[in-house]
Design a protein around this ligand. Structure first.
Ligand SMILES: *[C@@H]1O[C@H](CO)[C@@H](O)[C@H](O)[C@H]1NC(C)=O
Ligand SMILES: *[C@@H]1O[C@H](CO)[C@@H](O)[C@H](O)[C@H]1NC(C)=O
Ligand SMILES: *[C@@H]1O[C@H](CO)[C@@H](O)[C@H](O)[C@H]1NC(C)=O
Ligand SMILES: *[C@@H]1O[C@H](CO)[C@@H](O)[C@H](O)[C@H]1NC(C)=O
Ligand SMILES: *[C@@H]1O[C@H](CO)[C@@H](O)[C@H](O)[C@H]1NC(C)=O
Length: 343
């Protein structure tokens, strides 16, 4: 084995004890926990949250991830009524965000498991906290219409999409409801997962800068209430906008369960039907129509001329056909403005 191979091998040993995160360039803690350093092997964000005070678990604060936003202009983009994809992996090394993506595979630990993965006992090859795909508890994304992490509260952080039977494979695509546009500096989003058994009864909470793109909705989100256990009893589910699941911490919990679920296992709250979360886009989270203004928001980074991403009404720059003279004028105008600004 070459020295490089040995070093690579060493740097990847110990990863087996890792857990999962939803990787995307819009995430907090993308580069690890040392400000100004980029660690392609970081797994700082994947560690689960258990028995911590709220000041430690909230957005993974205990290792400083809540204070390490993504680079300026990097957002998790949420196409209204569309979908978005993240990479569920145990380490950034096994995503397209490190090493030019050469270590990616079907699963988030760099393996393909071509002979299959899972059975009736808890999986031990990777820390995926399930017996098989059908038992995987489900994950979710929530959104807060606040640009400043410090203004996010459990009540304004609304679960807007779930993906049943995850984490499983690396690529995970989530559906987006008819979300309204974010403030000019974007929204704050969070990824959540509460595994069902197969290990410590912990939870995951990970932050992002996000923004809604495309043709956005005209109804604002309602304040979120805690979800309640309602397996087999839909009438007792919390209806409407719901909070993320905050469970098994020293404080700040919003759910407690006891007894057994329908499988005979200890009840474990999850982003699935046991708490009444429908699969996919959550469509029951809105206030009345007209409580937000519909707009068109361009995907991608803001243009060089500083044109904000949001344009009101039907006209929007990103639909500008390159051959149209008015668009060319606009582009040249933007160029002049940005040149002038540089002086
Ligand atoms: C949780 O933390 C408290 C305080 O640090 C400790 O006394 C208790 O044993 C912990 N519980 C578990 C299950 O780890
Ligand atoms: C993370 O590292 C990349 C590559 O070195 C850099 O471009 C980016 O700005 C860094 N992000 C943050 C938030 O520091
Ligand atoms: C996501 O959206 C794309 C583009 O609209 C579409 O082609 C694809 O089928 C969608 N995927 C899922 C899983 O919904
Ligand atoms: C996983 O499959 C991909 C695509 O076939 C391949 O490029 C990669 O080398 C495989 N990885 C492993 C660890 O087998
Ligand atoms: C998945 O695991 C559960 C729990 O052990 C088991 O009841 C079920 O039969 C398994 N499904 C498959 C397809 O292995």
């Amino acid at each position: 084995m070459s020295l490089a191979g040995l070093l690579l091998g060493l740097s990847f040993s110990g990863l087996a004890s890792a857990h999962f995160a939803a990787w995307h360039k819009g995430m907090y803690c993308l580069n690890g926990t040392i400000r100004g350093e980029d660690d392609p092997d970081t797994n700082a964000i994947v560690n689960p949250l258990f028995n911590l005070t709220k000041s430690d678990w909230w957005f993974h604060a205990y290792n400083g991830c809540n204070e390490l936003p993504p680079a300026e202009g990097d957002f998790l983009e949420l196409p209204a009524n569309g979908n978005f994809t993240v990479e569920l992996a145990v380490n950034r090394a096994f995503t397209t965000l490190s090493y030019g993506g050469v270590r990616v595979a079907a699963f988030g630990d760099g393996e393909n498991y071509t002979n299959g993965l899972g059975g009736v006992d808890c999986i031990t090859e990777l820390n995926i906290h399930t017996q098989n795909e059908s038992m995987a508890a489900g994950t979710a994304f929530a959104i807060s219409y606040q640009s400043d992490m410090s203004a996010v509260t459990p009540e304004n952080l609304v679960v807007f999409t779930t993906l049943y039977h995850t984490p499983w494979k690396r690529l995970a695509t989530y559906q987006v409801p008819n979300l309204p546009a974010c403030p000019e500096n974007g929204c704050i989003c969070a990824w959540g997962w509460v595994p069902n058994g197969c290990g410590e009864p912990n939870m995951y909470m990970q932050g992002y800068r996000c923004k809604v793109v495309g043709k956005t909705g005209s109804a604002a989100l309602a304040p979120a209430a805690p979800a309640t256990w309602c397996e087999g009893a839909p009438g007792s589910c919390t209806k409407g906008a719901r909070q993320m699941i905050f469970w098994h911490q020293l404080d700040g919990n919003n759910i407690d369960v006891s007894g057994s679920d329908s499988h005979g296992d200890p009840k474990s709250p999850a982003y699935n039907s046991v708490l009444g979360f429908a699969e996919g886009a959550q469509t029951d989270i809105f206030m009345n129509d007209g409580t937000a203004s519909a707009t068109s928001v361009a995907p991608g980074r803001p243009t060089a001329s500083g044109t904000p991403g949001v344009q009101n009404g039907a006209w929007s720059l990103w639909r500008c056909p390159w051959y149209a003279p008015w668009c060319l004028l606009f582009f040249l105008g933007g160029l002049v403005v940005s040149l002038v600004e540089d002086f």
